[in-house]
Design a protein around this ligand. Structure first.
Ligand code: NAD
Length: 454
Protein backbone atom coordinates (compact mmCIF):
# COMPACT_ATOMS: atom_id res chain seq x y z
CA UNK A 1 0.00 0.00 0.00
CA UNK A 2 1.38 3.43 -0.86
CA UNK A 3 1.71 6.17 1.74
CA UNK A 4 2.09 9.92 1.88
CA UNK A 5 3.83 12.17 4.38
CA UNK A 6 1.82 14.86 6.15
CA UNK A 7 3.89 17.96 6.96
CA UNK A 8 3.33 20.73 9.53
CA UNK A 9 3.43 23.87 7.32
CA UNK A 10 4.54 26.15 10.18
CA UNK A 11 7.61 24.04 11.05
CA UNK A 12 8.16 21.81 7.96
CA UNK A 13 8.28 18.80 10.35
CA UNK A 14 6.82 15.42 9.48
CA UNK A 15 3.54 14.94 11.38
CA UNK A 16 2.44 11.52 10.24
CA UNK A 17 2.58 9.07 7.36
CA UNK A 18 -0.86 8.19 6.04
CA UNK A 19 -1.77 5.03 4.11
CA UNK A 20 -3.45 5.79 0.79
CA UNK A 21 -6.51 3.93 -0.44
CA UNK A 22 -6.16 2.21 -3.82
CA UNK A 23 -8.84 1.52 -6.43
CA UNK A 24 -9.67 -1.93 -5.00
CA UNK A 25 -10.05 -0.28 -1.58
CA UNK A 26 -12.60 2.15 -3.01
CA UNK A 27 -14.55 -0.68 -4.67
CA UNK A 28 -14.62 -2.61 -1.39
CA UNK A 29 -15.77 0.49 0.52
CA UNK A 30 -18.56 1.11 -1.99
CA UNK A 31 -19.83 -2.47 -1.65
CA UNK A 32 -19.95 -2.17 2.14
CA UNK A 33 -21.49 1.33 2.02
CA UNK A 34 -24.32 0.06 -0.22
CA UNK A 35 -25.34 -2.49 2.41
CA UNK A 36 -25.04 0.01 5.27
CA UNK A 37 -27.07 2.61 3.37
CA UNK A 38 -30.06 0.33 2.93
CA UNK A 39 -30.20 -0.40 6.64
CA UNK A 40 -29.73 3.30 7.50
CA UNK A 41 -32.50 4.46 5.18
CA UNK A 42 -34.85 1.87 6.68
CA UNK A 43 -34.39 3.16 10.25
CA UNK A 44 -37.18 5.29 11.73
CA UNK A 45 -36.48 8.97 10.97
CA UNK A 46 -36.22 9.83 14.68
CA UNK A 47 -33.48 7.21 15.12
CA UNK A 48 -31.44 8.69 12.27
CA UNK A 49 -31.96 12.15 13.79
CA UNK A 50 -30.77 10.91 17.19
CA UNK A 51 -27.69 9.28 15.63
CA UNK A 52 -26.69 12.58 13.98
CA UNK A 53 -27.20 14.47 17.25
CA UNK A 54 -25.01 11.89 19.01
CA UNK A 55 -22.34 12.41 16.32
CA UNK A 56 -22.55 16.18 16.90
CA UNK A 57 -22.15 15.68 20.66
CA UNK A 58 -19.02 13.56 20.20
CA UNK A 59 -17.54 16.18 17.85
CA UNK A 60 -18.35 18.81 20.48
CA UNK A 61 -16.46 16.81 23.11
CA UNK A 62 -13.39 16.74 20.81
CA UNK A 63 -13.27 20.36 19.63
CA UNK A 64 -9.91 21.01 21.31
CA UNK A 65 -8.35 17.88 19.82
CA UNK A 66 -9.69 18.54 16.31
CA UNK A 67 -8.59 22.19 16.46
CA UNK A 68 -5.07 21.27 17.61
CA UNK A 69 -4.82 18.73 14.77
CA UNK A 70 -5.86 21.37 12.21
CA UNK A 71 -3.35 23.86 13.62
CA UNK A 72 -0.61 21.24 13.14
CA UNK A 73 -1.72 19.91 9.74
CA UNK A 74 -3.01 23.07 8.04
CA UNK A 75 -1.38 25.95 9.94
CA UNK A 76 -4.77 27.50 10.74
CA UNK A 77 -4.69 29.95 13.66
CA UNK A 78 -6.08 28.21 16.76
CA UNK A 79 -9.10 30.53 17.08
CA UNK A 80 -10.12 29.77 13.49
CA UNK A 81 -9.53 26.03 13.92
CA UNK A 82 -11.76 25.99 17.00
CA UNK A 83 -14.48 27.78 15.07
CA UNK A 84 -14.16 25.21 12.27
CA UNK A 85 -14.54 22.23 14.62
CA UNK A 86 -17.53 23.92 16.29
CA UNK A 87 -19.01 24.51 12.85
CA UNK A 88 -18.89 20.75 12.13
CA UNK A 89 -20.93 20.18 15.30
CA UNK A 90 -23.38 22.95 14.31
CA UNK A 91 -23.84 21.61 10.78
CA UNK A 92 -24.55 18.12 12.18
CA UNK A 93 -27.06 19.50 14.69
CA UNK A 94 -28.76 21.61 12.02
CA UNK A 95 -29.20 18.68 9.63
CA UNK A 96 -30.17 16.26 12.41
CA UNK A 97 -33.61 17.87 12.04
CA UNK A 98 -33.86 16.84 8.39
CA UNK A 99 -34.73 13.12 8.68
CA UNK A 100 -38.00 14.07 10.39
CA UNK A 101 -38.76 16.95 8.03
CA UNK A 102 -38.17 15.54 4.52
CA UNK A 103 -41.90 15.28 4.18
CA UNK A 104 -42.54 15.37 0.43
CA UNK A 105 -45.80 16.77 -0.91
CA UNK A 106 -49.40 15.80 -1.39
CA UNK A 107 -50.51 17.27 -4.71
CA UNK A 108 -54.19 17.72 -5.63
CA UNK A 109 -54.94 15.73 -8.82
CA UNK A 110 -57.99 14.15 -10.47
CA UNK A 111 -58.91 10.51 -9.82
CA UNK A 112 -56.81 9.77 -6.77
CA UNK A 113 -54.13 10.70 -4.31
CA UNK A 114 -50.73 11.96 -5.42
CA UNK A 115 -47.73 12.11 -3.11
CA UNK A 116 -44.02 12.70 -3.54
CA UNK A 117 -41.24 10.96 -1.62
CA UNK A 118 -37.70 12.31 -1.21
CA UNK A 119 -35.77 9.08 -1.74
CA UNK A 120 -32.06 8.88 -0.84
CA UNK A 121 -29.66 8.56 -3.74
CA UNK A 122 -27.63 5.69 -2.24
CA UNK A 123 -23.86 6.10 -1.89
CA UNK A 124 -22.48 9.64 -2.18
CA UNK A 125 -18.80 10.49 -2.78
CA UNK A 126 -17.48 13.69 -1.20
CA UNK A 127 -14.10 15.06 -2.41
CA UNK A 128 -12.64 17.93 -0.38
CA UNK A 129 -9.81 20.47 -0.85
CA UNK A 130 -7.04 21.27 1.62
CA UNK A 131 -8.03 24.80 2.61
CA UNK A 132 -10.89 24.09 5.06
CA UNK A 133 -10.79 20.32 5.51
CA UNK A 134 -13.31 19.93 8.35
CA UNK A 135 -15.97 22.47 7.45
CA UNK A 136 -16.20 21.62 3.76
CA UNK A 137 -16.40 17.90 4.55
CA UNK A 138 -19.32 18.54 6.94
CA UNK A 139 -21.23 20.55 4.30
CA UNK A 140 -21.30 17.35 2.24
CA UNK A 141 -21.55 14.49 4.73
CA UNK A 142 -24.08 15.96 7.19
CA UNK A 143 -26.99 16.68 4.80
CA UNK A 144 -26.18 13.55 2.74
CA UNK A 145 -26.40 11.29 5.81
CA UNK A 146 -29.50 13.14 7.01
CA UNK A 147 -31.24 12.41 3.71
CA UNK A 148 -30.60 8.67 4.16
CA UNK A 149 -27.42 8.18 2.13
CA UNK A 150 -24.09 6.52 2.86
CA UNK A 151 -21.01 8.74 2.42
CA UNK A 152 -17.49 8.01 1.22
CA UNK A 153 -15.22 10.97 1.90
CA UNK A 154 -11.84 11.63 0.28
CA UNK A 155 -9.81 14.38 1.98
CA UNK A 156 -7.09 16.31 0.14
CA UNK A 157 -3.63 14.70 0.16
CA UNK A 158 -1.96 17.49 2.18
CA UNK A 159 -4.58 17.77 4.96
CA UNK A 160 -6.25 14.44 5.79
CA UNK A 161 -5.80 14.32 9.58
CA UNK A 162 -8.92 16.03 10.95
CA UNK A 163 -11.11 14.23 8.42
CA UNK A 164 -9.67 10.85 9.43
CA UNK A 165 -10.36 11.73 13.07
CA UNK A 166 -13.96 12.79 12.32
CA UNK A 167 -14.48 9.38 10.65
CA UNK A 168 -13.33 7.71 13.89
CA UNK A 169 -15.57 9.97 15.98
CA UNK A 170 -18.60 8.94 13.87
CA UNK A 171 -18.00 5.33 14.91
CA UNK A 172 -17.45 6.33 18.55
CA UNK A 173 -20.80 8.15 18.39
CA UNK A 174 -22.50 4.93 17.29
CA UNK A 175 -23.07 5.63 13.60
CA UNK A 176 -23.39 2.24 11.83
CA UNK A 177 -20.14 0.75 10.52
CA UNK A 178 -19.49 1.38 6.80
CA UNK A 179 -22.12 4.13 6.57
CA UNK A 180 -19.57 6.93 6.67
CA UNK A 181 -16.06 6.00 5.54
CA UNK A 182 -13.05 8.29 5.17
CA UNK A 183 -10.73 7.14 2.35
CA UNK A 184 -7.47 9.11 2.23
CA UNK A 185 -5.88 8.90 -1.17
CA UNK A 186 -4.84 10.56 -4.37
CA UNK A 187 -7.26 12.52 -6.53
CA UNK A 188 -6.06 10.58 -9.54
CA UNK A 189 -6.91 7.27 -7.82
CA UNK A 190 -9.66 7.62 -5.19
CA UNK A 191 -11.22 10.78 -6.66
CA UNK A 192 -11.32 9.37 -10.17
CA UNK A 193 -12.74 6.04 -8.95
CA UNK A 194 -15.52 7.93 -7.14
CA UNK A 195 -16.37 9.52 -10.47
CA UNK A 196 -16.19 6.31 -12.54
CA UNK A 197 -17.81 3.91 -10.05
CA UNK A 198 -21.39 3.22 -11.19
CA UNK A 199 -22.69 2.68 -7.65
CA UNK A 200 -21.62 6.12 -6.42
CA UNK A 201 -24.70 8.12 -7.34
CA UNK A 202 -23.51 11.63 -6.63
CA UNK A 203 -20.20 13.49 -6.32
CA UNK A 204 -19.85 16.53 -4.09
CA UNK A 205 -16.63 18.13 -5.26
CA UNK A 206 -14.94 21.19 -3.77
CA UNK A 207 -11.68 22.29 -5.32
CA UNK A 208 -10.25 23.97 -8.37
CA UNK A 209 -12.34 24.81 -11.42
CA UNK A 210 -9.84 22.83 -13.53
CA UNK A 211 -10.40 19.54 -11.67
CA UNK A 212 -14.11 20.28 -11.15
CA UNK A 213 -14.58 20.50 -14.90
CA UNK A 214 -13.02 17.02 -15.27
CA UNK A 215 -15.20 15.63 -12.49
CA UNK A 216 -18.31 16.98 -14.20
CA UNK A 217 -17.28 15.52 -17.57
CA UNK A 218 -16.57 12.12 -16.00
CA UNK A 219 -19.86 12.16 -14.09
CA UNK A 220 -21.75 12.82 -17.34
CA UNK A 221 -20.88 9.31 -18.57
CA UNK A 222 -23.12 7.91 -15.79
CA UNK A 223 -25.55 10.86 -15.63
CA UNK A 224 -24.17 11.06 -12.12
CA UNK A 225 -25.35 14.00 -9.99
CA UNK A 226 -22.77 16.61 -9.04
CA UNK A 227 -22.47 19.54 -6.71
CA UNK A 228 -19.40 21.63 -7.54
CA UNK A 229 -17.86 24.30 -5.31
CA UNK A 230 -14.95 25.75 -7.29
CA UNK A 231 -12.65 28.75 -7.47
CA UNK A 232 -13.27 32.43 -6.89
CA UNK A 233 -11.93 35.92 -7.62
CA UNK A 234 -14.32 37.95 -5.54
CA UNK A 235 -14.63 41.72 -5.43
CA UNK A 236 -14.82 43.98 -2.40
CA UNK A 237 -16.48 47.12 -3.82
CA UNK A 238 -15.88 50.30 -1.84
CA UNK A 239 -18.10 53.29 -2.75
CA UNK A 240 -17.32 56.86 -1.75
CA UNK A 241 -20.45 57.09 0.43
CA UNK A 242 -19.44 54.27 2.83
CA UNK A 243 -17.78 54.31 6.25
CA UNK A 244 -14.31 54.36 4.65
CA UNK A 245 -12.46 53.81 7.95
CA UNK A 246 -14.38 50.61 8.63
CA UNK A 247 -14.11 49.44 5.00
CA UNK A 248 -10.31 49.85 5.13
CA UNK A 249 -9.90 48.38 8.62
CA UNK A 250 -11.83 45.21 7.68
CA UNK A 251 -10.58 44.75 4.09
CA UNK A 252 -7.47 42.73 5.13
CA UNK A 253 -9.69 40.22 6.97
CA UNK A 254 -11.90 39.87 3.89
CA UNK A 255 -8.95 38.53 1.91
CA UNK A 256 -6.15 37.40 4.25
CA UNK A 257 -8.28 35.08 6.39
CA UNK A 258 -6.68 31.62 6.28
CA UNK A 259 -3.71 33.29 4.54
CA UNK A 260 -5.95 34.00 1.54
CA UNK A 261 -6.50 30.29 1.01
CA UNK A 262 -10.22 30.88 0.98
CA UNK A 263 -12.49 30.44 -2.02
CA UNK A 264 -14.45 33.51 -0.79
CA UNK A 265 -11.35 35.72 -0.45
CA UNK A 266 -12.13 39.26 -1.63
CA UNK A 267 -8.93 39.27 -3.65
CA UNK A 268 -9.88 42.31 -5.75
CA UNK A 269 -10.60 45.52 -3.84
CA UNK A 270 -12.40 47.97 -6.15
CA UNK A 271 -12.34 51.53 -4.82
CA UNK A 272 -14.19 54.58 -6.15
CA UNK A 273 -11.56 56.82 -7.70
CA UNK A 274 -12.34 59.98 -5.65
CA UNK A 275 -11.62 58.14 -2.34
CA UNK A 276 -8.87 55.84 -3.63
CA UNK A 277 -5.91 57.74 -2.15
CA UNK A 278 -7.55 58.11 1.25
CA UNK A 279 -8.53 54.41 1.23
CA UNK A 280 -4.93 53.37 0.53
CA UNK A 281 -3.69 55.57 3.40
CA UNK A 282 -6.13 53.80 5.72
CA UNK A 283 -5.45 50.33 4.30
CA UNK A 284 -1.68 50.41 4.86
CA UNK A 285 -1.73 50.37 8.70
CA UNK A 286 -4.55 47.82 8.64
CA UNK A 287 -2.48 45.43 6.48
CA UNK A 288 0.67 46.01 8.51
CA UNK A 289 -1.35 45.31 11.68
CA UNK A 290 -2.33 41.76 10.66
CA UNK A 291 -0.62 39.43 13.15
CA UNK A 292 1.18 36.70 11.19
CA UNK A 293 2.91 33.95 13.15
CA UNK A 294 2.71 30.76 15.18
CA UNK A 295 -0.78 29.38 14.51
CA UNK A 296 -0.93 27.84 17.99
CA UNK A 297 -0.71 31.32 19.55
CA UNK A 298 -4.06 32.88 20.55
CA UNK A 299 -3.31 36.34 19.13
CA UNK A 300 -2.22 35.05 15.69
CA UNK A 301 -4.51 36.15 12.88
CA UNK A 302 -2.73 34.55 9.91
CA UNK A 303 -0.60 31.40 9.67
CA UNK A 304 1.62 29.99 6.92
CA UNK A 305 0.63 28.73 3.48
CA UNK A 306 -0.21 25.03 3.35
CA UNK A 307 2.83 23.69 1.46
CA UNK A 308 6.03 24.58 -0.36
CA UNK A 309 4.41 23.81 -3.73
CA UNK A 310 1.58 26.22 -2.94
CA UNK A 311 4.06 28.85 -1.67
CA UNK A 312 5.79 28.70 -5.08
CA UNK A 313 2.48 29.15 -6.86
CA UNK A 314 1.52 32.21 -4.76
CA UNK A 315 5.00 33.73 -5.09
CA UNK A 316 4.74 33.56 -8.89
CA UNK A 317 2.13 36.37 -8.68
CA UNK A 318 4.62 38.70 -6.97
CA UNK A 319 7.72 38.83 -9.23
CA UNK A 320 10.49 41.34 -8.49
CA UNK A 321 8.89 44.00 -10.69
CA UNK A 322 5.37 43.51 -9.28
CA UNK A 323 3.48 46.75 -8.48
CA UNK A 324 3.66 46.27 -4.70
CA UNK A 325 2.01 49.13 -2.79
CA UNK A 326 2.94 47.77 0.66
CA UNK A 327 3.32 44.50 2.55
CA UNK A 328 2.79 43.22 6.07
CA UNK A 329 5.13 41.05 8.11
CA UNK A 330 5.85 37.33 8.12
CA UNK A 331 8.21 35.22 10.25
CA UNK A 332 11.52 34.04 8.79
CA UNK A 333 13.00 30.57 9.30
CA UNK A 334 11.22 27.27 8.71
CA UNK A 335 7.60 27.30 7.55
CA UNK A 336 5.83 28.41 4.37
CA UNK A 337 5.39 32.06 5.37
CA UNK A 338 4.16 34.71 2.98
CA UNK A 339 3.50 38.32 4.07
CA UNK A 340 0.15 40.02 3.36
CA UNK A 341 0.80 41.80 0.07
CA UNK A 342 -1.10 44.65 -1.62
CA UNK A 343 -0.68 45.15 -5.39
CA UNK A 344 -1.88 48.04 -7.56
CA UNK A 345 -1.82 46.38 -11.00
CA UNK A 346 -3.53 47.11 -14.32
CA UNK A 347 -6.96 45.58 -14.90
CA UNK A 348 -5.47 43.12 -17.38
CA UNK A 349 -2.75 41.84 -15.03
CA UNK A 350 -2.59 38.12 -14.21
CA UNK A 351 -2.90 38.97 -10.48
CA UNK A 352 -6.27 40.59 -11.23
CA UNK A 353 -7.63 37.81 -13.44
CA UNK A 354 -6.46 34.53 -11.84
CA UNK A 355 -7.23 33.00 -8.47
CA UNK A 356 -4.05 33.37 -6.34
CA UNK A 357 -5.33 31.60 -3.21
CA UNK A 358 -2.77 33.34 -1.03
CA UNK A 359 -2.40 36.61 0.92
CA UNK A 360 -2.11 38.81 -2.16
CA UNK A 361 -4.76 41.41 -3.00
CA UNK A 362 -5.13 43.70 -6.03
CA UNK A 363 -6.58 47.19 -5.49
CA UNK A 364 -8.15 48.85 -8.53
CA UNK A 365 -9.88 52.26 -8.91
CA UNK A 366 -13.31 52.57 -10.59
CA UNK A 367 -15.26 55.59 -11.86
CA UNK A 368 -18.94 55.04 -11.10
CA UNK A 369 -21.51 52.38 -10.21
CA UNK A 370 -21.71 50.99 -13.75
CA UNK A 371 -17.92 50.70 -13.96
CA UNK A 372 -17.79 48.96 -10.55
CA UNK A 373 -20.40 46.38 -11.59
CA UNK A 374 -18.71 45.73 -14.95
CA UNK A 375 -15.33 45.30 -13.25
CA UNK A 376 -16.72 43.03 -10.51
CA UNK A 377 -18.32 40.82 -13.18
CA UNK A 378 -15.25 40.77 -15.46
CA UNK A 379 -14.20 37.29 -14.31
CA UNK A 380 -15.25 33.73 -15.09
CA UNK A 381 -15.89 33.25 -11.36
CA UNK A 382 -18.86 34.32 -9.24
CA UNK A 383 -18.62 33.03 -5.70
CA UNK A 384 -18.59 35.82 -3.16
CA UNK A 385 -18.10 39.55 -2.66
CA UNK A 386 -18.75 42.61 -0.52
CA UNK A 387 -20.36 45.99 -1.15
CA UNK A 388 -19.54 49.00 1.03
CA UNK A 389 -22.05 51.85 0.82
CA UNK A 390 -24.40 53.72 3.14
CA UNK A 391 -26.89 54.24 0.29
CA UNK A 392 -29.54 51.54 0.63
CA UNK A 393 -30.82 51.83 -2.93
CA UNK A 394 -27.29 51.52 -4.30
CA UNK A 395 -26.64 48.49 -2.06
CA UNK A 396 -29.73 46.75 -3.46
CA UNK A 397 -28.96 47.72 -7.08
CA UNK A 398 -25.36 46.55 -6.93
CA UNK A 399 -26.15 43.36 -4.97
CA UNK A 400 -28.66 42.38 -7.67
CA UNK A 401 -26.24 43.22 -10.50
CA UNK A 402 -23.12 41.42 -9.28
CA UNK A 403 -23.06 37.86 -10.67
CA UNK A 404 -22.17 36.04 -7.49
CA UNK A 405 -23.74 33.49 -5.16
CA UNK A 406 -22.86 35.07 -1.79
CA UNK A 407 -22.68 38.79 -1.16
CA UNK A 408 -22.48 40.84 2.00
CA UNK A 409 -23.14 44.54 2.43
CA UNK A 410 -20.91 46.46 4.85
CA UNK A 411 -19.29 43.23 6.08
CA UNK A 412 -17.37 40.25 4.74
CA UNK A 413 -19.64 37.47 5.88
CA UNK A 414 -20.00 34.45 3.56
CA UNK A 415 -20.72 31.24 5.39
CA UNK A 416 -23.53 30.46 7.78
CA UNK A 417 -24.71 26.87 8.09
CA UNK A 418 -28.34 27.97 7.82
CA UNK A 419 -28.08 29.95 4.55
CA UNK A 420 -27.32 28.62 1.05
CA UNK A 421 -23.75 28.79 -0.24
CA UNK A 422 -22.41 28.31 -3.76
CA UNK A 423 -21.24 29.92 -6.95
CA UNK A 424 -22.43 31.53 -10.19
CA UNK A 425 -20.61 30.89 -13.49
CA UNK A 426 -17.41 28.82 -13.16
CA UNK A 427 -17.45 29.02 -9.35
CA UNK A 428 -19.73 26.04 -9.20
CA UNK A 429 -22.99 24.24 -9.64
CA UNK A 430 -25.64 23.69 -6.98
CA UNK A 431 -25.81 25.00 -3.43
CA UNK A 432 -24.64 23.65 -0.11
CA UNK A 433 -25.85 24.52 3.41
CA UNK A 434 -29.14 26.20 4.22
CA UNK A 435 -32.51 24.55 4.67
CA UNK A 436 -32.65 22.91 1.21
CA UNK A 437 -29.29 21.08 1.14
CA UNK A 438 -30.72 17.65 2.10
CA UNK A 439 -32.99 17.78 -0.95
CA UNK A 440 -29.95 17.79 -3.22
CA UNK A 441 -29.15 14.33 -1.81
CA UNK A 442 -32.55 12.91 -2.79
CA UNK A 443 -34.53 11.98 -5.87
CA UNK A 444 -38.14 13.10 -6.01
CA UNK A 445 -40.44 10.10 -6.52
CA UNK A 446 -44.04 10.77 -7.50
CA UNK A 447 -46.65 8.11 -6.67
CA UNK A 448 -50.28 8.23 -7.81
CA UNK A 449 -52.85 6.11 -5.96
CA UNK A 450 -56.04 5.59 -7.96
CA UNK A 451 -59.14 6.04 -5.78
CA UNK A 452 -62.32 4.26 -6.88
CA UNK A 453 -65.57 6.22 -6.99
CA UNK A 454 -67.93 5.09 -4.20
P1 NAD B 1 -7.86 20.59 -6.30
O1 NAD B 1 -8.88 20.73 -7.37
O2 NAD B 1 -6.45 20.42 -6.68
O3 NAD B 1 -8.21 19.33 -5.38
C1 NAD B 1 -9.45 19.21 -4.73
C2 NAD B 1 -9.69 17.73 -4.42
O4 NAD B 1 -9.85 17.03 -5.65
C3 NAD B 1 -8.55 17.03 -3.68
O5 NAD B 1 -9.08 16.14 -2.73
C4 NAD B 1 -7.84 16.28 -4.80
O6 NAD B 1 -7.17 15.14 -4.34
C5 NAD B 1 -9.02 15.89 -5.66
N1 NAD B 1 -8.67 15.57 -7.06
C6 NAD B 1 -7.56 15.93 -7.76
N2 NAD B 1 -7.61 15.41 -9.01
C7 NAD B 1 -8.77 14.73 -9.10
C8 NAD B 1 -9.39 14.00 -10.16
N3 NAD B 1 -8.82 13.86 -11.35
N4 NAD B 1 -10.59 13.43 -9.94
C9 NAD B 1 -11.21 13.58 -8.73
N5 NAD B 1 -10.67 14.26 -7.69
C10 NAD B 1 -9.46 14.84 -7.88
O7 NAD B 1 -8.09 21.84 -5.34
P2 NAD B 1 -7.25 22.27 -4.04
O8 NAD B 1 -5.96 22.84 -4.51
O9 NAD B 1 -7.25 21.16 -3.05
O10 NAD B 1 -8.18 23.42 -3.44
C11 NAD B 1 -8.10 24.75 -3.84
C12 NAD B 1 -9.25 25.10 -4.76
O11 NAD B 1 -10.50 24.80 -4.14
C13 NAD B 1 -9.32 26.57 -5.07
O12 NAD B 1 -9.59 26.77 -6.43
C14 NAD B 1 -10.52 27.06 -4.24
O13 NAD B 1 -11.12 28.23 -4.72
C15 NAD B 1 -11.40 25.89 -4.29
N6 NAD B 1 -12.36 25.92 -3.18
C16 NAD B 1 -13.67 26.21 -3.43
C17 NAD B 1 -14.58 26.28 -2.40
C18 NAD B 1 -16.03 26.59 -2.64
O14 NAD B 1 -16.84 26.33 -1.76
N7 NAD B 1 -16.40 27.13 -3.80
C19 NAD B 1 -14.16 26.05 -1.09
C20 NAD B 1 -12.81 25.78 -0.87
C21 NAD B 1 -11.92 25.69 -1.93
Amino acid sequence: MSTSDVINPATEELLRTVELTDEAGVDDAVARAKVAQQKWAALPPAERAAALRAFAAVVDAHIDELAALEVANSGHPISGAEWEAGHVRDVLNYYSAAPERLSGKQIPVAGGLDVTFNEPLGVVGVITPWNFPMTIAAWGFAPALAAGNAVLLKPAEWTPLTTIRIGELALEAGLPADLFQVLPGKGSVVGERFVSHPDIRKIVFTGSTEVGTRVMAGAAAHVKRVTLELGGKSANIVFDDCDLERAAATAPYGVFDNAGQDCCARSRILVQRNVYDRFMELLEPAVKGVKVGDPASRDTEMGPLVSKAHWNSVASFVPDDAPVAFRGDAPSGPGYWFPPTVLTPQRTDRAVREEIFGPVVAVLPFDDEADAIALANDTPYGLSGSIWTDNLSRAVRVARAVESGNLSVNSHSSVRYNTPFGGFKQSGLGRELGPDAPLSFTETKNVFFAVQEA
